[in-house]
Design a protein around this ligand. Sequence first.
Ligand SMILES: [Zn+2]
Length: 156
Amino acid sequence: MYLTKIFKPAMPGDPGTVMSLKGGPIKVDYIRVGLANDRVAFKPTRVESGAAEGWLSLGDGKITIKTAPDLPDLVYAIERPPGHYCCECDAPLDDEHSARRHVLVEHAGMDPRKVPDSAGVQANYYDLLATGSFKASRKSHPAGYERINYYDCVKA
Ligand SMILES: [Zn+2]
C-alpha cells in the first residue's frame, strides 16, 4: 500500500493545516495511490490522523480515501473493526470475558484460559500470504479467539 500525501496551500487555522518547510500553511489536498492492496489492516491511529487531516473518512462500514480530483475515491469495506473475534465461527465478541464464555459454551474442547498471544493484536501478513485473510487460525490462537487492534478491510 503506497499512499502519498499531495498538499495544497491552506488558510491558517483550517482543519488539518500544517506548516510547510518554507513556512507557509498547507494541508492535504488528496492522496496519490501507488498500489492499492485488496486487503488492508488500517491502524486506528492512522484512521484518526487521516480523518483529522481531511483525506480519509470512516462511516457506513467503510473507510474512504480521497484520491486525485479526476479519480474515484479509494473505498475499503470494513469486515472486522477492532475487537474480539471467535477463531472457530468468526463471531464478533464483546470483550475478553464474553470471548472466553463463548468459546467454553459454543466450542467444546478448546481452552479459553489460554490468553491470545500478542500476534493477534497486529495484522498477521504471513496469514494473509498463506490464506488470503488476516483471520487467525486455531493453531496460532489456542484460546479459540483473537483480539485485533486494526480495521480488517477489503477493497470495495
Ligand atoms: Zn465461535
